[in-house]
Design a protein around this ligand. Structure first.
Ligand code: M7G
Length: 206
């Protein structure tokens, strides 16, 4: 018996650059798509844990049909909550990543009707691990988008759009057991793309 998930999910891997000429597109690889609890564990038990990945590797677990890139049409107007775990040797990164994946596929990071969650990401970097959750919007309508409904969600107001994102941020912080004294930041992908990295100015914090 297979226990179906609400959505189909695709696992992606970013391999570390091997030489100078590598660009983002050469490094991002689609691994596998699944849609049941059993298949999830099958995948999980057969891939390297985050703690064993080389520096500059990423795992991305995204809804099927969404590439884990700013450029994807479904991410273009979105953003992400993210947090950096420093002191890598003391961080239970494998557990943290597992819990974030389970909350994504178990659909507990948002309310079903929100339709914000696109995927979750873990980055292995020198000096830190970063975990992020990508959302479809940045909590407001898309400038010049012409379709306020689509931009802000299903006919929701700007205030409601922001509140949905704040709830996702709070849930993310709770799943990761990040102390209340620490800040978790949200930033739009447009800013990330412009600053050439993920360290864009925070738009919201929880
Ligand atoms: P990062 O992995 O988000 O953060 O971005 P880091 O700076 O802590 O490593 C690292 C680099 O990967 C960026 O500067 C981009 O060159 C590339 N990159 C990352 N993402 C998520 C994207 C993306 O969605 N699209 C493109 N084109 N490049 C990306």
């Amino acid at each position: 018996v297979k226990h179906p998930l609400m959505n189909k999910w695709t696992l992606w891997f970013t391999k570390p650059p091997s030489g100078k000429g590598d660009n983002w597109n050469d490094l991002l690889k689609e691994v596998i798509t699944f849609n049941s609890v059993e298949e999830f564990w099958g995948v999980y038990n057969n891939i390297a844990p985050v703690s064993e990945l080389a520096l500059k590797s990423d795992y991305h677990l995204f809804k099927q049909g969404v590439r884990p890139e700013w450029e994807d049409l479904q991410n273009k107007h979105g953003g992400k909550w993210s947090y950096q775990f420093k002191e890598k040797r003391n961080v239970p990164i494998d557990d943290l990543w597992l819990h974030v994946m389970l909350s994504a596929i178990g659909e507990t990071l948002e309310e079903e009707e929100d339709g914000e969650l696109m995927g979750v990401v873990v980055n292995v970097r020198k000096g830190f691990y970063r975990i992020g959750v990508w959302t479809r919007t940045i909590g407001k309508s898309i400038p010049g988008g012409g379709d306020e409904d689509k931009a802000g969600g299903k006919g929701r107001s700007v205030e409601k759009g922001k509140e949905i994102l704040m709830n996702i941020g709070r849930k993310f912080k709770e799943v990761l057991k990040i102390p209340a004294s620490e800040q978790v930041e949200f930033s739009g992908h447009t800013e990330s793309a412009h600053s050439g990295s993920t360290r864009a100015k925070a738009k919201y914090v929880v």
